[in-house]
Design a protein around this ligand. Structure first.
Ligand SMILES: [Fe+2]
Length: 233
């Protein structure tokens, strides 16, 4: 049976309903209703779950996600407070997960007090070890910050500061088939030396003027192919 997972990103839930001019709670609720009808194995949320990182915002988020019956994995974005997030989601550290013959490895690219992201030498070393010791045939990586230029109005200075260090690791392993992220609030797909790169839209609002909210649904094949369908509302 085909395996798949859904990525949502940048829900920006806050104590107030209005965030960046939109009702981020209602928007996430609409996305949750939409994905509740889908067949998939895991829901992954790639950062900026909350807008200001308050405990109450994660409690609100958890209520909105209540209809989701699959396992939920989260990684932090620059707007998150990982300690508050951990309390509510019962996830005290980053978690990788296996779907079929794939392993999805999550990374924390957040730097304290900064919008842009970075992966430390220790994190990259640990990533190499995780990949080397993985029993999965194929691997996808997920982080909050874009590791490539978005080739749009997005200010790439706010993305990952050291993408070359990440790609130096990726280039050592032909098991890595994809990298996905959020943060830029826009949807696009790139290809780098056969590795597919996916940017996930926000469930709150898009920064590139695109109307609508959406999510990415990935299909994982047993031959190492990964396909992404972006669904819009
Ligand atoms: Fe972000």
């Amino acid at each position: 049976m085909t395996k798949s997972f859904i990525q949502i990103s940048d829900s920006h839930i806050d104590d107030n309903k209005l965030v960046l001019g939109v009702d981020s709670q209602a928007n996430l609720g609409s996305i949750v209703s939409m994905i509740s009808d889908q067949n998939y194995d895991v829901l992954l949320i790639s950062g900026d779950l909350a807008h200001n990182g308050t405990l109450e915002s994660y409690q609100k988020l958890q209520k909105i996600l209540n209809p989701i019956e699959t396992e939920i994995y989260v990684l932090p974005g620059n707007h998150d407070d990982f300690s508050n997030l951990s309390q509510v989601f019962n996830q005290s550290s980053l978690c990788n997960f296996i779907i079929g013959c794939w392993e999805i490895i999550t990374l924390d690219s957040v730097q304290s007090g900064k919008v842009s992201g970075r992966l430390s030498d220790e994190q990259l070393h640990s990533l190499s070890q995780q990949i080397s010791s993985s029993s999965a045939k194929y691997i996808a990586l997920c982080l909050h910050h874009p590791p490539v230029s978005m080739q749009s109005d997005w200010d790439d200075e706010m993305s990952l500061e050291n993408p070359d260090d990440l790609f130096a690791v990726i280039d050592q392993f032909d098991t890595i088939k994809a990298v996905m992220w959020g943060h830029a609030h826009q949807c696009c797909e790139f290809n780098r030396n056969g590795v597919k790169l996916f940017s996930c839209p926000s469930t709150a609002l898009q920064f590139n003027g695109q109307s609508g909210i959406g999510y990415n649904h990935y299909t994982l094949n047993e031959d190492g192919e990964i396909y992404c369908k972006t669904r819009w509302l």
